[in-house]
Write a protein that binds this ligand. Structure first.
Ligand code: UT7
Length: 335
């Protein structure tokens, strides 16, 4: 059995900054409300005149991760792409990356686990490395939320939260025993599928049918979120899945050097920080600047924490996510 390790990290966010003030000009909201409830000050939205899409942003993050990993792109054996906002209904973005980076005809898997998507994707990569089937895997999380949000007062409880961006990692074989991905833990609870969802378009809700049935209101092809239910479940599941990962590796909370929570809401991260009695240096947050970028949030935050020198060799790093599905997941890493 081999052990897997993150060999290179990359990120990309569009230049276009959208502040809370900007949003308050197009819907009934305020900087005060958004900061108080979510911690978000600004987020990035794709400039519609640029060539950025979910796949293109993923490619940009991937190129940086590949370069930093020292792995030749021709030695990538597998692409795993996590997103809830693909460029096409099908095929998924993974195959676009294979083409955009001119990688040989390697397999490409698309993961659809929303906010937990990146940890699911990392877990898939980890299994393929462990078995020895593949040596180098490109794991990407990318989201273009701004292309599909209801930017009116009707959609404000969702649309002020989400932002665009991408993060990526090259996962390969660890040369040092005990260093790398120690374990991953994945969960789902489909009874809450519709509590945070974009129902259509889908095979059950096709566009002409939606428009006919909902000429004005309750349009189900914008995301819906039962915010309070999601919040209540998030704080419970985040805590559970972090503890599950630590216990699996005989680690205590005091062994944790850096927690990278999915950037869902600063209040959720602060709740977890307080519950586990972690200090500010042990939890990385950047939701203030990027909003919630769903599958991209963990790899963007991990990349920034690493770039800022906040993760050092030998550190125990915990990635934890919760979101639509409901799904939740964690990964325990020794850096
Ligand atoms: O990443 C996936 C996981 N996602 C999460 O974990 C998100 C979890 N949930 C949350 O973070 C919070 O529930 C939200 C930030 C989404 C909402 O905060 P809340 O404190 O639960 O607010 P609420 O939805 O209960 O709304 C409170 C009030 C309502 O007005 P009334 O009915 O009290 O008059 C809303 O209409 O705030 C109003 N409201 C807004 N006001 C200004 C909702 N959105 C906005 C807005 N600006 N953007």
């Amino acid at each position: 059995m081999y052990q897997s390790k993150i060999k290179g990290l990359g990120k990309y966010v569009p230049d276009n900054i959208v502040t809370n003030e900007d949003l308050s000009k197009i819907m009934e909201t305020s900087d005060e409300w958004i900061v108080e409830r979510t911690g978000i000050k600004e987020r990035r939205h794709i400039d519609k005149k640029s060539d950025d899409t979910t796949a293109v942003m993923g490619k940009k993050a991937a190129m940086q991760a590949i370069e930093r990993s020292g792995v030749d792109k021709d030695d990538i054996d597998l692409i795993v792409f996590a997103t809830l906002s693909p460029d096409y209904y099908f095929p998924g973005c993974g195959v676009q990356i294979q083409d955009m980076l001119s990688i040989h005809t390697c397999p490409a898997i698309d993961v659809r686990n929303q906010c937990s998507g990146y940890v699911y994707a990392l877990s898939i990569a980890d299994q393929f490395i462990k078995t020895g089937m593949y040596k180098n895997i490109l794991v990407i999380g990318s989201e273009n939320h701004s292309g599909g949000l209801d930017m009116t007062t009707r959609g404000r409880s969702v649309s002020v939260i989400f932002g665009d961006g991408a993060g990526a990692a090259v996962v390969g074989r660890s040369e040092n025993e005990g260093q790398g991905i120690l374990s991953t833990h994945l969960h789902s609870q489909g009874e809450f599928a519709e509590e945070l969802a974009l129902i259509g378009p889908s095979t059950n809700h096709w566009v002409p049918e939606i428009i006919k049935e909902n000429p004005q209101e309750n349009i189900p092809y914008f995301p819906y979120m039962n915010g309070q239910l999601v919040f209540k479940n998030a704080v419970v599941r985040f805590s559970e899945v972090i503890m599950e990962g630590l216990q699996k590796n005989n680690l205590e909370v005091s062994d944790l050097d850096m927690l990278i929570p999915h950037q869902a809401n600063l209040r959720i991260a602060q709740f977890i920080q307080k519950k586990f009695k972690l200090n500010d240096d042990q939890v990385y947050n950047n939701i203030q600047r990027y909003g919630n970028t769903t599958a991209a949030s963990i790899p963007i935050a991990l990349t920034e924490a690493w770039e800022e020198g906040k993760i050092k060799e030998g550190d125990h790093v915990v990635l934890a996510a919760f979101g639509s599905g409901f799904t939740w997941a964690s990964a325990i890493l020794k850096w």
